[in-house]
Write a protein that binds this ligand. Structure first.
Ligand code: HEC
Ligand code: HEC
Length: 397
């Protein structure tokens, strides 16, 4: 394994610091000009209707989830919008490590869908994904693409001088053009550039630092406690978690070792019950992947109903609540569910079709074994130390 110790900016920097790090040709932050443009956009609350919400609001470093959810996972399973009376129907997954999800595609060999962004994979890439939140009425709620661009270019935007410099440097575009595009085609082209810059920022090592205790153990720089080691053995053995949350090391583009991502980016229905939370109880049943019109059209038998993306387990201890609807407030809860879904008194699954009964539901784990698995999951939190794994990232989609 290639381990080169480098000093990187700490992911635990509070957001005000991270977002106010001065642009200096990328040298201060170590970011390229495009990544730096993406960083400024990612943290810019002016790009929401009430100027109170940015991408970072719901995907806040270091774990890139909504701090309102993690602080109170029972009462806050889903994020409020820029209009704070509105809420989305799904829990915000981490934007960390999301860059590794392949293009959404059908794998003919495996016979299943893989990749994409969102719980149902409906955005093929990070760039596609980044176009959505600005216009989603329960998120940033801007009325149009042109309105978002105008907010970027407005005179009162505190990032104005940086935006001016960076749009010119990265895309050869004058900031004033964002204010008065000549045509819808131009609006779309500029909006695409904005999404491209945000995606570039999300592809940086800030989002995927591989600095957890697990990564340190992999590098031979730390050792698991007995409980953590037992948990890992169960994860890969009796509990079969690694059947979907793959824990094998991967190969980096330079041929070296790439630590695992704890997902195979496939889709499954693990039978999570419908949420009874007041914000969610009246929502229609969430069919996940099978609820997408394009998938449903190709899937008359409904084989994708109820399936959601296998999320990475990196940083899982600090991204509560769990599941697409935030049904589980703690890791203990969800591990107990995996262990006993079919043999204890759990509510019925939200979607009864396609529930996986082969790999989960009755694992026969003791209470101590459940606790060991939780102990292991807690080793996946970044920030155990500085960046040690410096393999080149693959060309992200
Ligand atoms: C109001 C909260 C909110 C805001 C603001 C928000 N998101 Fe999200 N984000 C979510 C939720 C909820 C989901 C899951 C929605 C779904 O699956 O249908 C999500 C999903 C994602 C994902 C997919 C992760 C994965 O592994 O599938 C990424 C990446 C992401 N958001 C990035 C962004 C970016 C970039 C912005 C700003 C342009 C943004 N988000 C703004 C709540 C938010
Ligand atoms: C058959 C595939 C499969 C297996 C086996 C599996 N998982 Fe999952 N896991 C998923 C899917 C799919 C989701 C998302 C489901 C949803 O939200 O509807 C998920 C979600 C999770 C989440 C919540 C993720 C988040 O971001 O909210 C945790 C934690 C988790 N799994 C841990 C485990 C553990 C621990 C095991 C072993 C005991 C395990 N999983 C076994 C497929 C699997």
């Amino acid at each position: 394994m290639r381990i080169i110790k480098v000093v990187s900016i700490s992911l635990s920097l509070p957001v005000f610091l991270l977002s106010t790090l001065v642009y200096a040709g990328g040298s201060k932050t170590g970011l390229s000009e495009k990544e730096e443009l993406g960083r400024l956009l990612y943290f810019d609350e002016n790009l929401s209707i009430n100027r109170n919400q940015a991408c970072a609001t719901c995907h806040f470093p270091p774990a890139f989830v909504d701090p309102a959810n993690t602080a109170d996972p029972i009462n806050s399973p889903v994020s409020a919008g820029s209009d704070v009376t509105l809420h989305g129907g799904r829990n915000a997954p981490s934007a960390g490590y999301a860059a590794f999800s392949p293009f959404f595609h059908w794998d003919g060999v495996e016979g299943l869908y893989i990749g994409g962004q969102f719980w149902d994979g409906r955005s093929t890439t990070l760039t596609e994904q980044a176009k959505g939140p600005f216009l989603n009425p329960v998120e940033m709620a801007m009325p149009s693409r042109a309105a978002v661009l105008a907010r970027i270019a407005e005179k009162s935007n505190p990032n104005r001088s940086d935006y001016k410099k960076l749009w010119k440097a990265v895309y050869g575009v004058k900031l004033s053009l964002l204010d008065e595009p000549d045509s819808d085609v131009e609006v779309d082209a500029l909006y695409e550039m904005m999404a491209d810059a945000i995606a570039a920022f999300e592809k940086t090592r800030l989002f995927s630092p591989f600095t957890s205790k697990f990564d340190y153990v992999l590098a031979g720089l730390a050792t698991f406690t007995d409980a953590e080691q037992r948990g890992l053995d169960l994860f890969n053995g009796k509990a079969q978690c690694n059947a979907c949350h793959v824990s094998d090391t991967l190969v980096a583009p330079d041929g070296g070792i790439m630590p695992p991502l704890f997902t195979d980016f496939t889709y499954d229905n693990i039978g999570i019950p419908k949420s009874t939370h007041p914000l969610l109880v009246d929502n229609p049943v969430d069919l996940g992947l099978g609820g997408r019109a394009d998938i449903a059209a190709r899937d008359p038998a409904g084989a994708e109903k109820g399936k959601h993306k296998v999320m990475s387990l990196r940083n899982i201890a600090v991204t509560a609540p769990y599941g697409h609807n935030g049904f589980f407030a703690t890791l203990e809860d969800i591990v107990h569910f995996y262990n006993t879904r079919d043999v204890a008194d759990w509510p019925a699954p939200e979607v009864a079709d396609n529930v996986n009964v082969d790999e989960l539901g009755d694992l026969g784990l003791s209470a101590d074994e459940e606790a060991d698995i939780v102990a292991f999951l807690k080793t996946l939190t970044d920030g155990f130390g500085e960046v040690i794994h410096t393999f080149p990232f693959p060309p992200f989609p």
